[in-house]
Design a protein around this ligand. Structure first.
Ligand code: FAD
Length: 317
């Protein structure tokens, strides 16, 4: 079923979450068993992230370094099929501009349609860690809005190199990303909102936000998005802090602020388990307030560590 239908049919805030494919060489079994307890909260859908290639350096006996392109977390499409099979719920693959030509995107969408996927989250993706700037493939998309456009064209039976419209149409429901604290490359919030509107005007039907730790930032964002004329549902992304390392890593990686009240508590922590306790409690309070505000779904970034999400969901659903 489409995400928009799940949201329309719901009379209370839903529970949903995102997982990462396991690292190459690890089995899927552990991941699926890890998320099984979360089914207690009846998620109508689970997102599966996509990870593009990264570059590693292999040292040869002659001392020369060879740059090799490799995917550390392949398997997004297979995991979607496994989730739909095992849990009988929808799986939402993330689909990137980065690393894909338009033709490869078209073929990926055909694969997804054939396994029964009805929703995709359309994203630009970031530059590989060793490259400073996002560079699309030759004949790839520069921005998520272009990817949205391609998916919509396919939904209308228009394939890339076909002269005529085909009789078979895909029917993907398309989600896109939104940033309550602005996307890091956007020169201003106003600019970023214009780009977000472009994605929606081209056919995106819902927005999932980047994680945030201050609900006021989400509420303010929703206000600004509505003022910009965007009416689609805006699903808040929730990430509990669980380790000392994340206190600096999350703001640095995702360009967000940790509120003073949260920092005051985190600064008292000496161990990861103390941080996790504070992180869980903070998320519970965030979620309670968001449910009060009747947000469409609470979407958890589990980082494939379902135990923390379970502890929060148990308190709020
Ligand atoms: P876009 O919407 O294309 O925007 C990127 C930047 O370009 C913004 O600054 C925007 O303001 C600007 N821009 C947009 N259109 C134009 C234009 N026409 N002209 C000039 N500037 C423009 N990454 C992954 O690799 N894999 C994942 O699975 C993944 N999942 C994610 C899930 C969520 C919910 C979120 C919020 C992010 C996720 N990301 C993922 C990260 C995402 O790929 C990065 O944040 C990326 O930098 C931007 O993606 P986007 O789709 O928001 O890009």
């Amino acid at each position: 079923m489409k995400i928009t239908e799940h949201l329309k049919n719901a009379n209370e805030t839903l529970f949903s979450f995102e997982i990462l494919p396991p690292l190459k060489g690890q089995s899927l079994k552990e991941l699926l068993e890890g998320i099984a307890p979360l089914m207690e909260f009846k998620p109508p859908f689970v997102d599966v992230t996509y990870h593009r290639e990264e570059y590693i350096y292999k040292k040869h006996p002659n001392g020369l370094l060879e740059k090799i392109s490799t995917k550390k977390r392949p398997g997004t499409v297979g995991i979607c099929a496994a989730i739909m099979n095992r849990f009988q719920i929808d799986a939402v693959p993330h689909l990137l501009c980065g690393g894909f030509t338009k033709e490869e995107t078209e073929n990926a969408l055909i694969d997804l349609n054939f396994i029964g996927v009805e929703n995709v989250l359309a994203l630009r993706g970031d530059a590989p860690k060793t490259e400073g700037k996002f560079i699309p493939e030759t004949d790839g998309h520069h921005f998520a809005s272009e990817l949205v456009e391609q998916i919509v064209r396919m939904n209308n039976g228009k394939y890339l190199h076909e002269e005529t419209e085909t009789s078979f149409h895909t029917d993907f429901c398309i989600g896109v990303a939104g940033y309550p604290e602005k996307h890091f490359e956007a020169p201003s919030m106003k600019f970023d909102l214009k780009r977000l509107k472009e994605k929606v005007d081209r056919g995106a039907e819902y927005i999932v936000t980047q994680m945030f730790f201050d609900n006021q930032k989400y509420f303010e964002f929703v206000k600004e998005v509505r003022a910009a004329g965007i009416t689609v549902p805006i699903i808040p992304g929730i990430k509990p802090i669980t380790t000392i390392g994340q206190i600096t890593m999350l703001p640095r990686t995702f360009f967000l602020d940790l509120p003073d009240a949260l920092m005051d508590e985190l600064e008292k922590c000496k161990t990861n388990s103390e941080v996790r306790e504070v992180g869980i409690e903070w998320s519970i309070q965030q979620c309670k307030e968001l449910i009060q505000a009747q947000v469409p779904s609470l979407h958890f970034y589990t980082m494939s560590k379902a135990g923390t999400t379970y502890a929060i969901a148990k308190e709020v659903f």
